[in-house]
Design a protein around this ligand. Structure first.
Ligand SMILES: Nc1nc2c(ncn2[C@@H]2O[C@H](COP(=O)(O)OP(=O)(O)OP(=O)(O)O)[C@@H](O)[C@H]2O)c(=O)[nH]1
Ligand SMILES: [Mg+2]
Length: 301
């Protein structure tokens, strides 16, 4: 019997904000490399996670949720989505199956149709759906619109059906050697993952406008001391009033954000971490090219 050749390539998650793309990326990679929150627009740039399995290597590309761009920031976020769609071998259209179809879902579907690449439709959050028969009309609607390579209901949160998903993706990758070493799980620099962990804690502990006006940049990552890694992160906001909210009463909120982010970072790096956070007010940073460059939000490639 002829043995199947090794396959390797790229697969991008695309979908509306909050569909669960980053949750699934973390689950598949087995480590927390992407920020997750119940606020839309959590992911702001492409994040790659590498998954090795017998016979194949998949490089997953997590992208920002598709939304109408308001600020320059959002335009760069959408460029990241378009770049990813163009550059990968397989698309994974991710949909929150527990909510009804909206215009945003139809817009994402159009993007996928235009790309005309092998696409797997992932219907996520099935743990929230008591009567699974309600999935059938959704499956029917999507099958009429595009010839999906596969339609797979999953729960990214619980980890159901993800093995089948990996198997189906590998089938559609080109034959070739692994693109990354077996022990690599991401090509994201640690400083950037650290900033995302801090931002995630801010998203968790603030509401209203704060998540949208906040960015985090790692200004120092010093691992020369074998005992402890020293990290300084700057938290960007647009107004002094927002700075006050982040700091909280007698510094309580920023302290809590720091403690929780440190735990995640220590889990990831397996070492003790000293994390210092400070807040910078940069008016209208979301519309400033220079600020966006500093924050590491890439322009279209
Ligand atoms: N119940 C349930 N919740 C889920 C599931 N997957 C993700 N979530 C939740 O949905 C919310 C959004 O998850 P994210 O992974 O941040 O979604 P995203 O698609 O990356 O969102 P953006 O980065 O904003 O585009 C979080 O509160 C997750 O915990 C799932 O399978 N079941
Ligand atoms: Mg995300």
């Amino acid at each position: 019997m002829q043995e199947d050749k090794f396959r390797s390539g790229y697969a991008a998650f695309v979908g509306r904000p909050n569909a669960g793309k980053s949750t699934l990326l973390n689950r598949l990679v087995g480590e927390k490399i992407a920020a997750v929150s119940n606020k839309p627009q959590t992911t702001r740039h492409r994040i790659q996670g590498i998954v090795n399995r017998e016979g194949g290597q998949i490089v997953f590309v997590d992208t920002p949720g598709v939304h109408k761009p308001g600020h320059l920031l959002n335009r760069r976020m959408m460029s990241a989505v378009h770049d990813a769609i163009l550059s990968v071998d397989v698309l994974v259209l991710m949909r929150d199956a527990s909510v009804s179809t909206g215009n945003g879902d139809r817009f994402v579907l159009e993007l996928v149709k235009q790309a005309a690449k092998p696409t797997i439709l992932v219907l996520n959050k099935i743990d929230k759906i008591r009567d699974k028969a309600t999935l059938l009309p959704l499956i029917e609607m999507y099958s009429k619109e595009y010839d999906f390579a596969e339609i797979i209901p999953v729960s990214a949160l619980k980890g159901d059906a993800v093995d089948n998903l990996l198997k189906q993706i590998v089938k559609h990758l080109p034959e070739g050697e692994p693109l990354f070493g077996e022990d690599e799980m991401t090509d994201q620099p640690l400083r950037s993952i650290v900033a995302e962990m801090v931002r995630e804690k801010i998203l968790m502990s603030t509401g209203e406008e704060i998540p949208y006006v906040t960015a985090v940049v790692t200004e120092l990552y010093d691992d020369t001391d074998p005992e402890v890694i020293r990290i300084f992160c700057a938290i960007y906001v647009e107004k002094p009033s927002q700075k006050k909210i982040i700091i909280g009463k007698q510094g309580a909120r920023i302290k809590d954000i720091g403690t929780r982010a440190r735990v995640d970072i220590e889990n990831l790096v397996g070492r003790q971490v000293f994390l210092k956070l400070f807040v910078k007010v940069v008016e209208d940073w979301r519309n400033r090219e220079a600020s966006l460059d500093e924050i590491g939000l890439e322009k279209s490639r």
